[in-house]
Structures are given as structure tokens and as C-alpha cells.
Design a protein around this ligand. Sequence first.
Ligand SMILES: *Cc1c(COP(=O)(O)O)cnc(C)c1O
Length: 400
Amino acid sequence: MEPSCTKSFLEQDKEIIAPLYGKSDIEFVKGKGSYLFDKEGTPYLDFVAGIAVNALGHQNQGIKEAVLNQMDKFNHISNLYVNMPQVELGKKLLQITKFDKAFFCNSGTEANEGAIKFARKYFDRKGEGNRQKIITFVNSFHGRTFAALSATGQPALRQGFGSMPGDFVHVAWNDCEALKKEVDNNTCAIMLESLAAEGGVMTLSSEMVSTVNSLQKEFGVLVIVDEVQAGTGRLGTFLGFEKYGLKPDLVTLAKGIGGGLPLGAVLLREFIADQLKPGDHGTTFGGNPIACAAGLSVVNQIMGGILENVKTRSAQLKEGLSELVSKYGFLKEVRGEGLILGIAIDEAVPVANIINAARKEKLMVLSAKGNVLRMLPALTLSEAEAAEGLTKLDAALSNI
Ligand SMILES: *Cc1c(COP(=O)(O)O)cnc(C)c1O
């Protein structure tokens, strides 16, 4: 069907795009920094940031220059040849994180698929092919491709898709006893997010961190930390787990790392990389030169002072959100760290109502599981913008 310009964006989308998302009818045409603008030029304060993708906001100058500069050279050459933007980004990431090797892909789910394959291949090459079991957490989110979906602790997302890769087990978040019961000499890995963002903005308990660390030591299981949402500076440290003291063998990155371009990564320890050979895994687009050039700009900017901003803005927002929790009886508690912040809402008030009320105030926010309001502003958020967000949220809540 020919899309007609008299139809709304949403009507045209419905005619053309497969019906996989519940989409808003706002007609965004442009973004700048922490704002999105609709067709009328109305600014919306963006506390969604492309679901934590636009780490440096919209139209970041450094990313723009890096992309254009790389486009003057080549867009793509495949992984058959050395792609220097990929090497440069990898070098920078290894310097910052003290990991030993990097693998690049295009998305979070691919990064997790890669990490799962590397973990299993590592044990297989060591003659421990029996180690296949991977333990993850209830309500976790690791992606939509089959192994990442098996890893995801949400059975509803697997329904109707037939057989799944096996040997994935899910235990409740922060349930140390349940985790201990599952780990043995047939366990390949424990896989967890440094902060369960989609699952309800749930932070790790210190008991859980020490349980994971001691099981890793005792049974030689690998620890995979999914930093797709919480990494790349979002918790105020470059990788989220640094805040909690996990010692992962593999970490996965995506979302913010490309600053809006599709980019994912797995960082791994030498002893795992040593067991991998050419042909074990691969990707056509992964580590694309343009995405990596953008990624290098993102990482350089984050390490150039943005982590400090994340900490200050986080403290400012947490204080303001706590005041709102005291003011409105249907708000239960503030959750989160850095710039993954949430408010748990009483079941009587669906979080969708608050998202709609915020939209009327021209503030974009999203939800997480368990009736939780989630906020993921750009890491470059200013003091004035954070204050504006709090004022708008207050106005929205007063209309509930
Ligand atoms: C978004 C997300 C993923 C999946 O990333 P995609 O790029 O959508 O494949 C995996 N893990 C976590 C923690 C995420 O937030």
C-alpha cells in the first residue's frame, strides 16, 4: 500500500511495519542533546535516550565528526582485513577495563550469543564439554535471539517459538541459596546483569556479589556480566560491575557504546581467548568501521569527564525522586544507580498511566517489570535539565 502523507506517522507505520511493538503516536522529527522535537517543533525532554542507546544525547558533535571522517575512507571492508577503527576502539576498551581481548558485533543479543559460545567453547577445548549449564536470573533480559532468549529469565518471551537451546537455568535475583544449589562441576557459567534494568531496576546485594565470587573460585565456573544497558558509563563507572566488585571473565556491551549506531562487544580474559580459533565464531557487519569510529568517540568522551556528571546528576535526581516518593502515596521507593533510575509504583496505579501523564508534560520516560517507572537520560544531562525533569514528573504525578 502506498503510504499517504495525509496519514499520521503511526497510521503509516501500521500499514508498513510488522506489528511487533506497541508504539507511541508522537511524531518525532529531530533530536538535539537531551531533547526530541515533534513536527510542530515542541521539545520533549528525553529520559528514554533510545533505551540507553543515546549515551551522549542526540546530534553529538564528536560522533558526527568521527562518522563523517570514516565515511571519507570506507564504510566497510569485512573482517577478512584489519579494520583499524575496530583495533583502536578495542585498544581503548582494554586499557580502561583491563580485559585482554575484544570481539565486536552489532547488538546486545549478539554480544550475549558470542559470550555464551565463547564460554562453552572454552570448556570444550579444555576437554570439559560436560560443562554446558548456564545459570541466569528470573526476570533478567539478555536479548531475543535463541540462546540469549534461553538465557532471559522471562518464559513468556519464549512461548510459541519451539525448542530452545538447553541447559539454561534461572534462579531468583539476589537468592544466594538458590544459586548455590545450582552450581556444580557441570556448570559452565553464571550470567547476570550488573543491574537488572528491564527486570525492575534491581540492584545486586553485596551477599550475591560475594556468593558469585566464591562460586566462581570454588567451581571454576565462568562469570559473564551483561553490561549492555548498565555499562558504558551509565552507572558512573565505565563498567557497572566495578561498583559492586564482581570479577567477570567475560562482559558484554552494546546499547550506549555506539552512541546511536549499532555496535556490540564482548570483552574477554586471555585464558578464554587462548582457546578460540579462526572460524569458531564470526559476523559480517560486527565491528563495522563507522560504528567503531563512533564508539571510540563515545568512549573518549565518557572517559573525559562524563562519569563525574553521571554521579552528580544521579545524586540530584535521586534526591528529587525521594521527595516525590514522600509526596505521593502511590510511589513506593526509588531504585537504581547512576542514570538507570526507577520508582516502584503501587499496583493500583499502572505505570502506563504515569508514562502518559509525563508525556502530557513533554517528558519521555519508560517502564520496567513489576510496575516500575524507569528513567534513562543521556549521560550528558545538565543540572537544569535534571531539575526540569523532576518538575515535569511532579506535574505529571499531581494529575494521577
Ligand atoms: C537491551 C538489552 C539486551 C539486548 O540488546 P539488543 O541490542 O536489543 O539485542 C541484552 N541485555 C540487556 C541487559 C539489555 O538491556
